[in-house]
Write a protein that binds this ligand. Structure first.
Ligand SMILES: *Cc1c(COP(=O)(O)O)cnc(C)c1O
Length: 372
């Protein structure tokens, strides 16, 4: 007995869990602890809908468990998107649903596939359930359907695709998404992560919701964290065939969306004015910011085309991404430098308020000129 005690070094985590690099969240302070304007986490610069904030104070008592099925919220999501609420599953953010999709359909010996520069949660979701993460090559930072398909094998169980993608902002058009789906075997789950879906114009529908309605192997995830401005409340949803929804419901946390979260999301859905204002602000400011970066093309700066609420800026001249990152921090702005995701030459910059985007563009121009 005592022998066993001396030999034991404590509980041993599973090897596939030990291989996970914990998610790196966007920072909000500089190296010296100074609070900075945070353009590192793709949060809504307009804040939250006033209606949602009002709903926060009238939500049910904190002493009571929330509705475990988020019944009213799922009904409202169904009505808004023309989906049967029975085909909607709620998550503690869409992060929970992405993890549950991997856990529900993949395990040891299985592959979970996504494209290089895909959302960093996919790697964690794959490893968490013991599956092998498989990374397909990108094309110009975007999704290459043929490269993805070339990585599909009989071991592939789940394919993750963020559309638009984070951190690149790239968008895969409908015809390409349909081509990807059509080439996948019916027993492979295609997860289309539409965290930034509401930022697209109507004409840019990628058709994923229609695929999820018509086929048994598609899950679409959405979130209240981005355009709805409720990242702090952790509310996401997904839709797919009843069997997929039932699988995720079996393994989700039983009370996974708080009472406050349900009330705020319900009010936020009803305030589409706020959504429209947020989208319009983003579209206009993103175009202005991209033009400012393009004007610095002779200094080696380049913007990857984005359909999301951020822009991936590449630094291929004298000014490096790392020094631009530090220079922006000195000027009061925190953005996202991504060496851990294989992008040491890039900064992901969330589209913020107008004055902040002007200040960042001016600072980059200034730094690029001084570097060369
Ligand atoms: C922000 C983001 C999410 C949303 O995560 P939540 O858990 O809903 O806050 C999901 N997917 C991508 C690609 C994202 O960028």
């Amino acid at each position: 007995m005592s022998d066993i005690k001396t030999l034991s070094r404590g509980p041993v985590p599973k090897p596939w869990i030990e291989q996970i690099h914990a998610y790196v969240p966007g920072k909000s302070t500089g190296a010296d602890g100074r609070p900075l304007i945070k353009l590192s986490a793709n949060e809504n610069p307009l804040g939250s809908s006033q209606a949602a904030l009002a709903a926060r104070s009238s939500a049910a008592a904190a002493s009571l468990y929330p509705d475990p099925d988020s019944t009213s919220l799922r009904a409202a999501i169904g009505a808004r998107h023309g989906i049967d609420p029975a085909r909607v599953v709620m998550g503690t953010g869409s992060d929970e649903l992405l993890n549950l999709a991997a856990q529900g359909y993949a395990g040891h010996g299985d592959d979970v596939l996504y494209v290089r520069y895909g959302f960093s949660v996919y790697d964690i979701a794959a490893r968490r359930c013991g599956a092998n993460p498989v990374v397909a090559p990108d094309r110009d930072f975007g999704t290459d359907v043929d490269a993805l398909l070339a990585c599909v094998s009989e071991r592939t169980r789940v394919v993750f695709l963020a559309n638009p993608n984070n951190p690149t902002g790239c968008f895969l058009p409908r015809a390409e998404l349909e081509r990807l789906h059509a080439a996948l075997s019916r027993d492979v789950l295609l997860v289309v992560d539409q965290a930034y879906g509401e930022y697209l114009g109507e004409a840019d529908d990628d058709g994923a919701l229609a695929l999820a309605e018509a086929h048994d192997n598609v899950l679409v995830t959405r979130t209240f964290s981005k355009i709805y401005g409720l990242a702090g409340e952790r509310i996401g949803w997904g839709t797919g065939a009843p069997a997929i929804v039932a699988t995720l419901n079996r393994i989700r946390g039983p009370f996974n969306v708080t009472a406050t979260g349900q009330a705020m999301a319900l009010a936020a859905l009803d305030d589409q004015d706020f959504v429209t204002r947020s989208r319009d602000h983003n579209t206009a400011e993103r175009a202005r910011f991209v033009a400012a970066i393009e004007a610095l093309g002779n200094r080696g700066l380049r913007a990857v085309p984005s359909e999301a609420n951020f822009v991936l800026v590449l630094f291929e001249g004298a000014l490096t991404a790392e020094s631009a990152y530090q220079g922006l921090a000195e000027r009061g702005y925190i953005v996202r430098w991504l060496p851990g995701q294989g992008l040491p030459q890039a900064l992901r910059i969330t589209i913020g308020k107008t004055a902040d985007m002007d200040a960042i563009a001016a600072a980059l121009a200034d730094m690029a000129q001084q570097a060369s």
